[in-house]
Design a protein around this ligand. Structure first.
Ligand code: SAH
Ligand code: SF4
Length: 343
């Protein structure tokens, strides 16, 4: 922005001024920017578009306080974000793509296929609009909505930089988490550009099982994924996170827990266990509470820090893996025959 504005003969500091108006004060027109001269405002108006990249089409409230937002983008496509209130924080779960190409067999978004990437503005506006509507109370952002963030790396990085830059939103990197299914070379690329929390969706401790439920594993197997993940520069005093969706009788046995324990033993990390959220037409079931606790107990015996994620917003299809923005499922792959991913 500085370069563009100075090339046009304007002062360098105007870029910061604009950043403050747009991201801190929520200006939605150049005319609101009263400390700019009329000529400057006219020039900006004739050069840029300033406005929202989407509108809130629907808002649903869950019995547990979770809110799901359906957004309509300017081209009519739809995405969802979920706002999850907890004791000491309010976490907004945002989308990075319309649909997803990776086709994990347990995820409703994966059944839509990839429709398109979100632009940096569309990633940011989910936060801007929901934060605005909830009186500025959003404290944390997780990229666990629709889409694979690392399949949209360039736009993701631009959005992250705008979120964290002091001149724009100025959010702490400790409050931002990017979740990935494991596009290995992009983990390194992301780490070269930003430091944020990283959550890796592992979901299986052995390649043959992971291949079945996450086709991306055929390209980037577990060993390579873990090697790249441990090198990722998470913020100071934060630990790498692994997510593990528990699917009844698929990846939730004692043996799976021991294999996972051996795999992650000694790595500075946390594991988040997510009991499968059922969403028709996905062909899995949620394990019993006893199974989940037993799985956790085995991991704890390895000295690993494990949490069971409480599912929120299930009644409004707002929990992990339930977001589809009313798009129809294109194909349901059976758990054994998942196709390769198309990036
Ligand atoms: N594409 C990214 C981020 C979006 S998915 C990724 O895969 O990490 C966010 C999380 O939801 C992932 O950890 C994924 O494994 C989990 N998930 C997907 N479907 C789920 C379901 N039906 N029940 C519970 N968790 C699910
Ligand atoms: Fe895509 Fe993540 Fe769902 Fe897999 S779990 S299909 S990567 S959104």
């Amino acid at each position: 922005m500085e370069k563009f504005l100075t090339d046009k003969g304007l002062e360098r500091f105007r870029a910061r001024q604009l950043g403050k108006w747009i991201y801190r004060k929520g200006a939605r027109s150049f005319d609101e920017m009263t400390d700019l001269s009329k000529d400057t405002r006219e020039f900006l108006k004739s050069t840029f578009f300033l406005g929202d990249s989407m509108e809130i089409a629907e808002e649903q409230l869950s019995v547990d306080g979770t809110r799901k937002f359906l957004f309509r983008l300017l081209d009519g496509k739809q995405i969802e974000s979920v706002l999850i209130p907890e004791k000491d924080r309010k976490t907004l779960c945002i989308s990075s793509q319309v649909g997803c190409a990776l086709g994990c067999t347990f995820c409703l978004t994966g059944t839509i296929g990839k429709i398109r990437n979100l632009t940096p503005a569309e990633i940011l506006d989910q936060y801007m609009l929901v934060n605005d509507r909830s009186g500025g109370s959003v404290t944390n952002i997780v990229f666990m909505g629709m889409g694979e963030p690392l399949d949209n790396l360039e736009n993701l990085v631009r959005a992250l930089k705008t979120m964290m830059d002091e001149n724009f939103l100025g959010l702490s990197p400790k409050r931002i988490t990017v979740s990935t299914s494991g596009i290995v070379p992009r983990i390194k690329e992301l780490g070269e550009q930003v430091s944020v929390n990283l959550a890796v969706s592992l979901n299986a401790p052995r390649d043959e099982l992971r291949n079945e439920i996450m086709p991306i594993n055929k390209r980037y197997p577990i060993r390579e994924l873990i090697k790249a993940s441990v090198k990722f520069p998470v913020p100071p005093r934060k630990a790498l996170m692994f997510e593990y969706v528990l699917l009844s009788k698929v990846n939730d046995s004692d043996r799976d827990a021991y294999d996972l324990g051996y795999l992650l033993k000694g790595i500075n990390c946390k594991i988040n266990l997510i009991p499968f959220n059922e969403a028709s037409p996905l062909p899995y079931r949620q394990p019993t509470r006893e199974r989940v606790l037993r799985f956790q107990e085995i991991l704890v015996s390895f000295g690993i820090n494990v949490r069971i994620r409480k599912s929120k917003g299930r009644d409004i299809l707002g929990a992990c893996g339930q977001l589809a923005a009313a798009y129809p499922s294109r194909k349901i792959k059976d758990a054994k025959g998942a196709a390769g991913a198309h990036l």
